[in-house]
Design a protein around this ligand. Structure first.
Ligand code: AMP
Length: 512
C-alpha cells in the first residue's frame, strides 16, 4: 500500500476540516491538502521522477513542507527529508548518496546547494519556487501503486564511519510507528492538534503521520522552529495540542511557564525523547507545566518505537509513588506493544533482569535496511534483532533504564553529533595534527562538543572555529578546545576516549 492513501482517505472523510495550520491561521483543509499533493505528484512526474526514485527536502519547517512530502509519496517516489541545520555540503552529499533527482530547498539555500551538488558531481533539480509545484493549472495525479515494504522515507542518520547512513523505511514501518504513537502517546481524532516546533525531517515528521491518518490538525509555528513562548501561545490558541520535544526544549518550556507565572492552557501531550531526560528535570516539568508528559525511546532504525512511558503511566508514578517510582520515572519505560526488547551480551545472548548489556529490539517496525549498504545492515540486524548500540538494563517490571549509549555519540540539544565527522573536519585544517572529540555533560544542552587537538604550530580557537564553519553544520562545531601535546592511545594506536573523558571531567571539576 502507498502511504499516500492515508491522505486520500482523510480527504474523503474529513475534506472541509482543518488539516494544516500556520501560526494561529488555518492554512488548508483536507481537500486542499490532498489536491496539492496530487498536483505536486504531477509536477514531479513532469520532472521525470518515476516511482521508487528519490526526492529530497532540505527545508525548515513550513506549512508547504507537508503537501510536498505527501506529493512525493503520491507520485510513488521516496522522500529524503534532510535536517535543515546541515551544511549545504552535507546536504549535497546525502542528495548524491540517495540519488535524489529533485531537491526542494529553502530559497536562501538554493545557490549554495547547487554549487555543493556540482562538487559532488551530482545532477539534480533544485527547486525553491514551491508555488510552481502546486500550480492550480496542473492536473491531479492518481496515487501511484506501491507495495507495503517499498521504500517511502530515507532517514539519514550518522554512522560510526562518520558518513551518514540512509535508514530505509516503507509504508509498513510508517504505519506501525503511527500506531505506536497513537496508543503510547496520544490518541488522535478530528480536531486534535500536533504542533511542529521540532524538525519535520526527524521526530516531528513521524509524529505528524497519525494526525493525517485520523483527520487531526498539523500546525507549523510562524518562527519555523522552536520558541517556547510561541509554542505555549499556539497550544492555548488551538487547544488539545501535542508536540515532540527534545529534553532541552522541555527545560526551556519550564522556564517560559515560570516567567509567565501561570500553568499553560490547551496542552494535551508533550512527547519527549531523542536524548536522556534527567529525573530532576522531569519532576520540575511535571510540577511547573502539569501532567502532560509522555516519553518515547526509539531510533531511526526502529522509528519512535522501542519503549515508551505513556502519560498515564508517568502521572500514576508521580502521583501514587509506588515502590520504585523514581527509577521508573527515570527509565525510558516499557517495550511498546508491537516490538520485543531484550538486553544482550556482546555475543548476542539474552541477559538476566538487572544485568547491563546492549539494548536489542525485534518487530515489524525495524527498517528495511541501510540504503545501499548491505554490510552495515547485516552488522546492525542479526537474526532479526536490531543492535541499537545503546547500553541498558531491564528490571523485573519490564522497565528499561538506559545507562549509556554507544560510547562516543554526542547528543546536544537532542541532536546527534558524531565525533568522527567533527574530527575529520578539524583534520582538514593545515595546522591540526590530531584531533579527538568528546561530549562534556552540560546541564542545559545535555552535552557540549569538546575538541582535544594536537597542533603542528600555534593556532587560535577562532581560526579552528572559522574552519569548522566552512565544512560542517554550526551546531556540530566544538564549543571548547583543549590543546594537548599528545592524545592518549592504546597499543594499537587507537585514541582512548574514555581516558579523554576522565581528563576532561578532572579539568572541568578544577575549573568549577
Ligand atoms: P536517532 O536515530 O537520531 O533518533 O537517535 C537515536 C538515539 O537517541 C538512540 O539510540 C538513543 O541513544 C537516543 N535516544 C532516543 N530516545 C531517547 C530517550 N527517550 N532517552 C534517552 N536516549 C534516547
Amino acid at each position: 500500500m502507498n502511504i499516500a492513501h492515508c491522505l486520500q482517505r482523510a480527504a474523503q472523510r474529513c475534506g472541509p476540516l482543518t488539516a494544516i495550520g500556520y501560526g494561529t491561521e488555518v492554512w488548508c483543509n483536507y481537500s486542499q491538502f490532498a489536491a496539492m499533493a496530487a498536483r505536486g505528484a504531477t509536477w514531479l512526474r513532469q520532472q521525470g521522477v518515476q516511482p521508487g526514485e528519490r526526492v529530497a527536502l532540505f527545508m525548515h519547517n513550513r506549512p508547504d513542507y507537508l503537501p510536498l512530502l505527501w506529493a512525493v509519496w503520491w507520485a510513488g517516489a521516496v522522500a529524503v527529508p534532510i535536517n535543515a541545520k546541515l551544511h549545504p555540503k552535507e546536504a549535497a552529499w546525502i542528495a548524491a548518496h540517495s540519488g535524489s533527482r529533485v531537491i526542494f530547498a529553502d530559497d536562501e539555500d538554493g545557490e549554495s546547494l547547487q554549487s555543493a551538488l556540482r562538487e559532488e558531481a551530482h545532477d539534480a533539480t533544485v527547486e525553491a519556487r514551491i508555488e510552481h509545484v502546486f500550480d492550480e493549472a496542473l492536473p491531479e495525479a492518481a496515487v501511484a501503486e506501491r507495495a507495503e515494504s517499498d521504500a517511502a522515507w530515507l532517514f539519514y542518520t550518522s554512522g560510526t564511519t562518520g558518513r551518514p547512513k540512509g535508514v530505509e523505511l516503507g509504508a509498513r514501518q510508517l504505519r506501525w510507528q503511527s500506531m505506536g504513537l497513537f496508543t503510547a502517546v496520544q490518541a488522535v481524532e478530528p480536531g486534535e492538534v500536533a504542533l511542529h516546533p521540532a524538525p519535520l525531517s526527524h521526530g516531528s515528521g513521524m509524529l505528524h503521520l497519525p494526525y493525517v491518518m485520523y483527520g487531526g490538525v498539523n500546525v507549523v509555528p510562524q518562527s519555523h522552529g522552536f520558541d517556547a513562548e510561541e509554542c505555549l501561545a499556539l497550544a492555548a490558541h488551538w487547544r488539545r495540542a501535542s508536540f515532540f520535544a527534545a529534553p532541552t526544549m522541555v527545560k526551556r518550556l519550564v522556564q517560559a511557564v515560570k516567567s509567565a507565572g501561570q500553568r499553560p492552557r490547551g496542552l494535551a501531550t508533550i512527547c519527549y525523547g531523542g536524548g536522556p531526560m534527567y529525573l530532576a528535570d522531569l519532576e520540575e516539568a511535571l510540577d511547573v507545566i502539569g501532567p502532560h508528559f509522555a516519553q518515547i525511546y526509539g531510533q531511526g532504525e526502529c522509528p519512535m518505537m522501542i519503549t515508551a512511558l505513556p502519560r498515564q503511566m508517568i502521572n500514576h508514578l508521580y502521583e501514587a509513588r509506588p515502590e520504585g517510582w523514581r527509577e521508573h520515572l527515570a527509565s525510558v519505560g516499557v517495550a511498546q506493544a508491537m516490538v520485543e526488547v531484550s538486553v544482550r551480551d556482546s555475543r548476542g545472548r539474552p541477559l538476566a533482569v538487572g544485568e547491563m548489556g546492549e539494548v536489542c529490539v525485534r518487530g515489524d517496525v525495524l527498517m528495511n535496511g541501510y540504503w545501499r549498504q548491505p554490510k552495515a545492515t547485516a552488522a546492525a540486524i542479526v537474526d532479526g534483532w536490531l543492535n541499537t548500540g545503546d547500553v541498558g538494563r531491564l528490571d523485573a517490571f519490564g522497565f528499561l533504564t538506559l545507562l549509556d549509549r554507544s560510547k562516543d555519540l554526542i547528543i546536544s540539544g537532542g541532536t546527534n553529533i558524531y565525533p568522527r565527522e567533527v574530527e575529520e573536519a578539524l583534520l582538514t585544517h593545515e595546522d591540526v595534527a590530531e584531533a579527538a572529540v568528546i561530549g562534556r555533560p552540560d546541564a542545559e544542552w545535555g552535552e557540549q562538543v569538546v575538541a582535544y587537538v594536537v597542533v603542528r604550530r600555534d593556532v587560535t580557537e577562532t581560526s579552528l572555529d572559522a574552519h569548522c564553519l566552512g565544512c560542517i553544520a554550526r551546531f556540530k562545531r566544538p564549543k571548547h578546545y583543549r590543546f594537548v601535546a599528545e592524545l592518549p592511545k592504546n597499543n594499537y594506536g587507537k585514541v582512548l576516549k574514555t581516558t579523554l573523558r576522565e581528563w576532561d571531567s578532572r579539568i572541568t571539576t578544577c575549573i568549577t
